[in-house]
Write a protein that binds this ligand. Sequence first.
Ligand code: SF4
Ligand code: SF4
Length: 169
Amino acid sequence: MEKLTNRSVQVDRSPMTFGEKIYLPAIFKGLTITIGHIFKKNVTFKYPEQKRAFSPVFRGLHILNRDEEGRERCTACGLCALACPAEAITMEAAERKPGEEHLYREEKYAAKYEINMLRCIFCGYCEEACPKDAVYLSETLMPTHYSRKTMVYKKEDLLIPNPKNHGNQ
Ligand code: SF4
Ligand code: SF4
């Protein structure tokens, strides 16, 4: 049969020599490689006791920010959802009512804000697109989940604690 490439190798089917039959040279060769690694620099580390330092541009779990007075910054403008290449963000806008000025920074706010972490690719475009400094990607690693449902993060999961309430939202 005509060869398509010259990469094929003919398998050697000749009987094993005495040296090959006792396997000692092969064992010695393998041990030399193993022992050689003892003196090389470790390429692994003992996680979770040892943790690798994050890259300065690491992008982790999202947070929804508040202003200095503890009010929600997001105005539900939708720019983050528009910029998101994975279509992971959904929201519902609502109008601020009189007396809610201490809760929401502007007249409009996100009554519902969700990020589907199963879709998110942590590109950071939402953070770049936000004109209100409302959404950030933190240095927190995305935890593992047992159900797909809990991978959809709601506003309550994303919103940082209100500093005015000493950590309680
Ligand atoms: S990080 Fe990227 S993929 Fe994830 S929600 Fe933001 S824009 Fe979408
Ligand atoms: S997080 Fe920013 S970009 Fe997204 S809806 Fe809120 S204000 Fe707009």
